[in-house]
Design a protein around this ligand. Structure first.
Ligand code: CMC
Length: 375
């Protein structure tokens, strides 16, 4: 049989569409709408980055105020969703509940079935606001505690952490949650964003596209990696055991979670910021202990494999330092990446082309059909 298609395994280096939203430079740089994230993370708040992604430009002062007010007003959930979260099985992975409840939100969308650019923009803002509220409500309900109402005087990212923890974050925690959310907001055609764009490319609704994205993020090769990083750190009792532990994994050809990247040939530009966040928490004994193990792991993995940590490695310790339990790590990722997802979904609607690759068929042809009772 002639091979008419060339398979690009894993779609490595295939550009599936044009995008203005973010540029992942393999040399170890990341840009949102042309702005280097190193500048953004030092100078803006998360809501500004969410606006930048969705509107493709930085907001003026009043525009940012209006956007923050819209987010604040949308940080609520329909009562049936709150009930559904409270009734969800406690042993189900929280990402499964988030995926279900984002899908559930579609049933209560005030814009109904209207599929206009304005309605989709309203939905995009709604989702940026509501995903963190679902996460906070789920966590609080698992603790059998109520979720505090967001406060008008708090900024969006601070409100998320406040609702999650049930107490006002201090200045360091507030700075950290902004930085964390900025660093996780977008990243080119990563697997979950691509999944969202494939769904959007059929002109399906934004809730369906984000549901696809959440299901894709959940996997341990993507956003589920940070939870596995913490499993590994928990498995290693002492810093002195790191070398033996890592060598043991490599001998079995196992992946070291939180390491390697499809795009970067140099250091992931987000790592240095996340490592810095963790350093700021090293006054906590547990964080200092985890940090020391991380530095040893980073050195040994580089020595053995010449690969660097990716975003999920220090993000795990940063979230742990904030008091987030490990099964909620991917939900913090989703609460930040939602701004990138919806921006890509809107961009995909504008591009208006069906994303539908071919496959390279390697099966048989012309097989003789045998009826079931003769097989
Ligand atoms: N541990 C050990 N070896 C690795 C790792 C790792 N984590 N990552 C890559 N390698 C090796 C791999 O074995 C291969 O070696 P060789 O050429 O000798 O066969 C080489 O590096 C190239 O790896 P690859 O598997 O072809 O790379 P990929 O682009 O297909 O996979 C990846 C990228 C992120 C899936 C992979 O690095 C991985 O599985 N990492 C662990 C999971 C993880 O941390 N995921 C988070 C990804 S970044 C953030 C996000 O998207 O959520």
């Amino acid at each position: 049989m002639s091979q008419e298609k060339v398979t690009v395994r894993g779609l490595r280096d295939v550009a599936a569409a044009d995008s203005k939203l973010s540029f992942v430079d393999p040399k170890g740089l990341l840009y949102y709408l042309g702005y280097n994230i190193d500048n953004l993370v030092e100078n803006v708040i998360y809501a500004e980055v969410a606006y930048l992604l969705v509107h493709q430009r930085l907001p003026k002062k009043q525009e940012l105020e209006d956007f923050r007010s819209q987010l604040f007003l949308e940080m609520n959930l329909p009562e049936p969703i709150i009930e559904s979260i409270k009734n969800s099985p406690k042993n189900a992975h929280p990402m499964s509940i988030l995926r279900t409840e984002v899908s559930h939100l579609a049933e209560f969308d005030p814009d109904g079935n209207e599929f206009s650019p304005d309605a989709n923009l309203r939905r995009a803002t709604r989702l940026i606001a509501k995903v963190p509220t679902i996460v906070a409500t789920l966590y609080r309900s698992r603790l059998n505690r109520s979720t505090p109402e967001p406060k008008k005087e708090f900024d969006f990212a601070k409100n998320f952490l406040y609702m999650f923890k049930g107490e006002e974050p201090d200045d360091n925690e507030t700075r950290v949650i902004h930085r964390f959310m900025i660093l996780h907001a977008d990243h080119g055609f990563n697997a979950s964003t691509f999944a969202a764009r494939v769904t959007a490319s059929t002109n399906s609704d934004i809730y369906s596209a984000v549901t696809s994205a959440i299901g894709t993020l959940k996997g341990p090769l993507h956003g589920g990696a940070s939870e596995k990083v913490m499993d590994m750190l928990d498995d290693i009792n002492l810093e002195e055991e790191v070398e033996e532990y890592i060598d043991g994994l490599l001998e079995q050809n196992k992946k070291i979670m939180g390491f390697g990247h499809r795009m970067y040939k140099a250091q992931d530009p987000r790592t240095k910021h996340l490592r810095g966040i963790v350093e700021d928490f090293c006054h906590q004994d547990r964080t200092s202990d985890l940090y020391n193990k991380c530095i040893s792991i980073e050195n040994i993995v580089y020595e053995r494999k010449k690969i660097y940590p990716n975003v999920d490695f220090y993000a795990a310790v940063a979230m742990d330092a904030l008091g987030v339990p490990k099964d909620f790590f991917p939900l913090f990722f989703a609460s930040s990446r939602i701004s990138g997802w919806v921006a890509h979904i809107l961009e995909q609607y504008d591009d208006a082309v069906l994303l539908r690759p071919a496959s390279n068929y390697i099966g048989e042809l012309g097989r003789v059909f045998v009826p079931i009772n003769q097989r």
